[in-house]
Structure formats: C-alpha cells, structure tokens
Design a protein around this ligand. Structure first.
Ligand SMILES: *[C@@H]1O[C@H](CO)[C@@H](O)[C@H](O)[C@H]1NC(C)=O
Length: 471
C-alpha cells in the first residue's frame, strides 16, 4: 500500500542552511525566520568520540534524537527504549533512506511515533534532521510549542503533530518550511487566529480542527491550493469569505461547529472539485445557494443545525454523485418531491428532521415555524456578526447555582467517541504502520488519492478521539 511516507521522495534539495539574517533581508515574506532563535548550525555536537558513525548526518541525527529522548518523560510502550547507540536507523520509529543530494549516504528521512502515548516535548535540536521529509507524532502527549528552529526543516513536507497537547498561537514556524504540503495540527490546544500567510502556502491539506482558534476566516483563504480544509470544532466567527469560491482544487471542506454566520455565498458553486461540503452547526441564515447542482462531484452536503430557510430544490437532490444530504435542524419549509423519491429508492440518504416541512414527522412546532419561515433575509445586508451579537441585548442574568450540578454525572463518565462522518478529518489521525521509504518507491500518490473515500477507511483507522469540545 502506498503511504504518505513516499512523499519523502518529492521535493527539492536545499541542504545548505542559509542564515536567517540574509534570508530575512532578501524576502519580506519569510518573516517567520526572524523569530528563529537557535540555528541548527549553532548546535555544538556533544557526541562521544568513541562512537562510530557512517557519515556526519547520522551523527547529527544521533545527537538530535538523544536530546529529544532526554525530553521524554513517559514512554509507556517503551518505543524509544532502543534509541541507544550510533545506529539511529535501527531506532524504533526512525527510518533512513539514501540522501537525495548524495545517493551514497544514508540519512534519516522519516520519523513515525504515531500512537506512542509518549509524554514530553519537542526539542530545537530536531532541526538537525535536515533531510527529514515526514514527521508523524500523532496521538502522543507532547506538550509545549513547536520549536522555532523547525523552520529549518527544509525538506519536511508532512507535518502531523495532531492529537497532542501543544498550546499557544498558531505555530507560525510551519510557514517557514519551504516544502510543507500536509499540515495536520488537529486535536491540540492552539488558539487565536490563523495567519493569512497560511493560505498563501502551496499546501495540499490544512487540518486544524478541534483546537481553540477564535477569529474570522482570513479573506485570502481563496488563494489556498488545498484539496482538504478542515476548520471544524473551533470558534471561528464571521462570514465565509467570498474568495472561498476561488479554490479550484478543494475537495473536502468542513467548517462544522464554529460560530460562522451570514448567508452561504453563491461563490461556493464555483468549487467544481468539491466532494464533501460540511457547514453544519453554525449560524448561517438565508437560503441554500442557487445552482448547487453545478457541484457535480459532491457526495455529501451537511447543512444541519443552522438557521437556513426556503426550499430544497429538486436540482440539489438530483446531483448524481450525492449520497448523503443533511439539512436537519433548520427552518426549511419545503423539500421537492423528487428528493423523497430518491430517498425511497435508496439512492439518497437524507436527514431532514427538525425543520418546518408540512405533513412530515419530527418537525418544529407551528409556533416556532411561523416566526421563521417567512423571514426575509437580505444577504447583502445581513452582516457577519452572529445573530446573538447583532442586537445589543442586555446580558441574561446567570441562573442561580444549583446544589448538584446537573451534568456532573456526564462529566464523570468517560467521553463517548465522536462519531465522525468524515473519518480522516475528525478522528486523530493515521496509523503508525508507515514502512520506511526506499529509493525504489513508486511515485508519490497525490493527496487526492489519500484523502478520498473509500480508501480512507482502511488507511486511517484511528481510535476514538478525545472529545475536546462537546456541544
Ligand atoms: C525497553 O526497551 C529496551 C530495548 O529494547 C529494553 O532493553 C528495556 O528493558 C525495555 N524496558 C522496559 C521497561 O521494558
């Protein structure tokens, strides 16, 4: 089976480090390098002179990995137990390959400690792994921040630190990695805003769900060439920027469970590559965009749990590829009969409860519906402030404290796994069975092949993710 690991063999080779000062003066865009504290070449290698190494790169790798090992405080599976001695290529989770720029020497190309449950932190010295293409440390207990020296990982193209305990603002250090393609930082505790520069990078995937991001989505998001964009389960606010429709490669997007509002922009119908579109659990108002049927490849639409009104047209249900259509918990007042027909023929799965559809079970009450279904939403003027903040309403008084917290029982029982409709995206991440890369590897699969169903199920079989944010 092909794996993400083979991405290691793509990429250009810039072995020599350029000092941050010269780079910063030549390019204003590489601002992240200014914050780079320690340069890899600044490290004095403290290595026992009695140890014999095949080449200097493996000696640097030895030093970096030993320094990392010192910063590991718990390793319940003893994964780093054999990280002893000069043969770093035999260390568990460390994979060597021939250097791209020098096919005569072996170097560390991939680190995979997925599902290690290891507690510790990352050390700046890891930037000495100058040939590293893939770093997978998902589902561990690494904490702290991503060291600034990581911007010197000049060949890294897959960076997966998901499902750990990293904190602080978005790790801007990734913006300095020249060949990064796949960024997965989901299930951590990053907070604040996403930097607009993120959407100027030539990435294939941006996966930042289940953090504490709290800002508007930057207006330049449309410049991003990603095929997969997952912002779910954060606290993003505001509208979907109109540039959103400019992402020709976008295939899977989830904005679910944020505080997004406004109307769904008509521009999304330009996303011709779209396969999954999930905007559930937000505060969107207005009607479904016209011409959604232009999205010929869509397999799943999820508009559930918003404040959408109007009718569901036949043209939407009739999209050939559409299998799963969710509109529950809105104020839709009509569904075209063709949609029901497709459902009865089992050609379409539709979730439509808790709307305002006449003569259908599990709908909202007439009283609620009468206030909402005829609401005229002027999308031009509806603004981008969530409904709750639109009017200046006095704060509701807090309810008096209850003697026994009603949810204490729920809080004490272990969290139930999030049943994710998008397995690769919501669950913390890929399995650890990444074979070492070999020079004879087949050409790298595109991310498209990797993230698209149905292969996804077999490739990503994660354990239940922690519920970071229930609602
Ligand atoms: C961990 O692994 C090393 C090397 O494989 C072994 O020598 C050591 O005894 C192991 N430690 C435990 C606690 O299992």
């Amino acid at each position: 089976m092909q794996t993400l690991g083979f991405f290691f063999f793509i990429g250009l080779l810039f072995i020599s480090y350029i000092s941050s000062s010269s780079l910063a003066s030549t390019s204003r865009r590489l601002t992240t390098l200014k914050q780079t504290d320690l340069q890899p070449e600044d490290f004095k290698l403290h290595v026992d002179p009695n140890l014999k190494f095949e080449n200097p790169r493996l000696m640097k790798a030895y030093y970096a990995l030993q320094e990392w090992k010192k910063a590991i405080y718990s390793d319940p599976q003893n994964m780093t137990g054999n990280w002893v001695g000069p043969n770093v290529c035999s260390y568990e989770g460390v994979f060597c390959a021939l250097a791209k720029d020098d096919p005569n020497i072996l170097t560390v190309g991939l680190i995979d400690l997925n599902y290690g449950d290891i507690a510790g932190h990352l050390v700046p010295h890891l930037a000495l792994l100058s040939d590293l293409g893939v770093l997978h440390i998902n589902s561990n207990r690494f904490c702290g921040i991503i060291p600034k020296t990581f911007s010197k990982l000049n060949r890294l193209f897959e960076f997966d630190v998901s499902n750990n305990r990293f904190v602080g603002p978005f790790p801007k250090v990734v913006l300095g990695m020249p060949h990064l393609r796949f960024l997965d930082i989901r299930y951590n505790e990053f907070e604040g805003a996403l930097p607009p520069e993120l959407f100027e990078k030539r990435l294939d995937a941006i996966v930042v769900n289940n953090n504490r991001f709290h800002s508007a989505i930057p207006d330049n998001i449309g410049n991003s060439p990603v095929s997969m964009l997952v912002l779910a389960n954060n606290k993003f606010t505001g509208c979907i920027p109109k540039t959103f429709g400019n992402m020709p490669r976008l295939e899977q997007v989830s904005l679910s469970n944020n505080l997004l509002t406004g109307c769904l922009p008509e521009e999304i119908t330009n996303l011709q590559g779209l396969i999954v579109f999930d905007v559930s659990d937000n505060k969107f108002v207005g009607q479904l965009p016209k011409n959604l049927d232009k999205l010929k490849r869509v397999e799943r639409f999820d508009f559930s749990n918003n404040e959408l009104t109007g009718k569901v047209e036949k043209s939407v249900c009739s999209i050939n590829a559409l299998l799963d259509f969710r509109i529950s918990s809105n104020y839709f007042s009509e569904i075209n009969g063709e949609c029901d027909k497709l459902v009865s023929e089992k050609l379409l799965s539709m979730k439509d409860k808790d709307n305002c559809i006449p003569k259908r079970s599990d709908q909202k009450t007439d009283k609620i519906c009468s206030q909402m279904v005829n609401r005229q939403v002027d999308c031009k003027n509806v603004g981008c402030t969530p409904p709750g903040n639109r009017k200046v309403t006095p704060h509701k008084p807090k309810p008096p404290p209850q003697k026994i917290h009603p949810t204490i029982k729920a809080a004490l029982t272990p969290p139930t796994p999030v049943q994710s409709p998008l397995p690769p995206v919501f669950s913390p991440p890929p399995t650890s069975s990444v074979p070492p890369p070999t020079p004879q590897s087949p050409p790298a699969p595109t991310l498209k092949d990797i993230v698209r169903p149905p292969n996804i199920g077999s490739r990503y079989s994660p354990p239940p993710p922690p519920v970071v944010q229930g609602h």
